[in-house]
Design a binder for this molecule. Structure first.
Ligand code: HEC
Length: 107
């Protein structure tokens, strides 16, 4: 296979959601506690001093977030949206762990 074709498939593979067996919830929780609670809160509702200071702070337990796809959550974590920083420096697996951990708030 040419390197370009290999790269193409590697890119597609990275975008795909990993199987449930690849998800590490403990890692997701630890990363969330470290990087996200200041704004989003330990319960995901955004009811923190920082979260309350941000207009339209999302609530991970809300219908709006429930309706978003996992890919949309993943993309937000990857790219950020000011004032939310980008978390592109985390590995892809770690970002998926975060997506799955966030989902637990609305279960
Ligand atoms: C500085 C505060 C801040 C931090 C830190 C932060 N976020 Fe956010 N986050 C926001 C804000 C504000 C939005 C809404 C942005 C928008 O809609 O443009 C948001 C949106 C999101 C969304 C999309 C939800 C929606 O309704 O649009 C996800 C998913 C998310 N954050 C996950 C995370 C994760 C995971 C972390 C930690 C790795 C994190 N955030 C850290 C402020 C923050």
């Amino acid at each position: 296979m040419s390197p370009w074709i290999a790269l193409f498939f590697a890119t597609i593979a990275q975008e795909a959601e990993p199987p449930p067996s690849a998800i590490d919830m403990e890692e997701g929780k630890a990363l969330y506690r470290k990087n996200c609670t200041a704004c989003h809160g330990t319960d995901g509702r955004g009811d923190t001093p920082m979260g309350r200071a941000i207009p339209n702070m999302p609530d991970f337990t809300s219908a709006v977030v429930k309706q978003m796809t996992d890919q949309e959550l993943f993309d937000m974590i990857t790219k950020g949206s000011p004032p939310m920083p980008s978390f592109q420096h985390l590995s892809e697996a770690q970002r998926w762990d975060l997506v799955k951990y966030i989902r637990t708030f609305s279960q």
